[in-house]
Design a protein around this ligand. Structure first.
Ligand SMILES: *Cc1c(COP(=O)(O)O)cnc(C)c1O
Length: 384
């Protein structure tokens, strides 16, 4: 019998391979916050989102190990059944305090968070307006909600206002969603101006600060800190980047959080985080509160590179080196790998066609000498 499923998959693979867009997994052993081992070689990684090197921090690891010894490896059920470990409310209180909100709700992952939060608050009568470069899971959540989904031009507040003026009237509720720090570009959303437009049109604002927490703002509390006048109704972020673990959260008012906990499908129908992830995240937040110099380090490293290469000053730990075609980004990444440096080539559909790039991510654990090595390796690609 014909295996049409396998034929379909093979046809897709052939198409993608022909245009340098096929992706494959490469087993990579992360040795610490900086070095990885891949294909038998030790490389300096500029491709990890572990911006504060907390995934290998002795106190964070010890907290996770102690939690496994005490509580086991899994939550055992969804939180509403028997999976609501006391460590979760402790972590939620810490996150809410850091963000200055009444309450917080944690999730299994960032993807699950946005896939769940958005459909909890908007539906088929409603409107979602999304920055065109916002993370894929914001788009997934928006589509799942059944609301009308409209894109606005990246960080273009006038376009956002125009889109709201055009579509807001016919909608029931309206939600605007954006990254706080853009994952593939490293720039900040102008949250003060966005929040003003939202208020003028009675739209709620969701900000995904996956790359802000621990890195942006003098206390590492994230991008909202940079815009004290902004009102962000749903402050979402992850525990998987600077926090060094896994999971996600949203901070908001108590009623918003209480409603999520009773109705958000990715909370209600998904198992609670492994308790050790919560313990590790609490320990990571302790380090962030105690060591402002660690929080300041990734942006300082990133700025060393942007200054040396005459790029706009880095606003976060992420710096894109936009090269254009997918094949060029692949060639640049191979060249850097030959020089002992790991820098992820990012291709469509993760970024728009024609903007394939190296995405450089800086860690507090990188030395200046390592950054300088990267600068010299990237320089010829910048000059092309
Ligand atoms: C990584 C990321 C996510 C997804 O978080 P996970 O915990 O990895 O699922 C969501 N939003 C943004 C902006 C991200 O960069």
């Amino acid at each position: 019998m014909k295996d049409t499923l396998t034929e379909f998959a093979q046809g897709k693979i052939d198409q993608l391979s022909a245009v340098s867009l096929m992706r494959t997994l490469k087993p990579t052993h992360r040795l610490d916050g900086v070095f990885v081992e891949r294909g038998g070689r030790r490389l300096i990684s500029f491709s990890c989102n572990d911006y504060l090197a907390l995934s290998h921090h002795p106190q964070v690891k010890a907290a996770a190990q102690a939690a496994i010894d005490e509580h086991g490896t899994g939550a055992g059920a969804s939180r509403l059944i028997t999976g609501d470990h006391p460590l979760f409310s402790e972590l939620e209180a810490r996150l809410a305090a850091l963000k200055g909100t009444e309450a917080a709700c944690i999730f299994g992952s960032g993807y699950l968070a946005n896939a769940g939060i958005i459909p909890t608050f908007v539906g088929s009568e409603d409107l979602v307006i999304v920055d065109e470069l916002a993370h894929a899971c914001i788009w997934s959540g928006s589509k799942l909600s059944g609301a009308k989904v409209v894109a606005f031009r990246h960080n273009d507040v006038e376009d956002l206002a125009a889109k709201l003026a055009e579509h807001r009237g016919s909608a029931g509720k309206a939600l605007v969603a954006t990254d706080g720090v853009f994952s593939m570009d490293g720039d900040l959303a102008p949250l003060d101006a966005i929040s003003r437009v939202c208020r003028a049109h009675e739209a709620w604002l969701l900000v995904d600060d996956a790359h802000g927490l621990g890195v942006v703002g003098d206390d590492g509390s994230g991008s909202a800190r940079m815009f004290p006048d902004a009102r962000v109704d749903l402050q979402m972020g992850t525990l998987s980047k600077a926090i060094g673990g896994y999971g996600a959260y949203v901070c908001a008012t108590q009623p918003v959080i209480d409603f999520l906990k009773t109705r958000c499908r990715t909370v209600v129908y998904s198992t609670g985080l492994p308790p050790a992830n919560a313990a590790a995240a609490i320990a990571a937040l302790d380090v962030i509160a105690r060591e402002p110099e660690r929080v300041a380090a990734p942006i300082a490293r990133a700025r060393r590179l942007t200054t040396a290469l005459n790029l706009p000053p880095a606003e976060s730990a992420v710096v894109p080196i936009v090269l254009g075609e997918a094949e060029t980004a692949l060639a640049a990444a191979r060249d850097l790998e030959d020089k002992g440096l790991l820098a992820a080539p990012i291709r469509p559909p993760t970024v728009p066609a024609g903007t394939a790039r190296l995405r450089l991510a800086f860690s507090a654990a990188h030395t200046e000498a390592q950054v300088d090595q990267l600068i010299e390796a990237v320089r010829p690609w910048r000059a092309r």
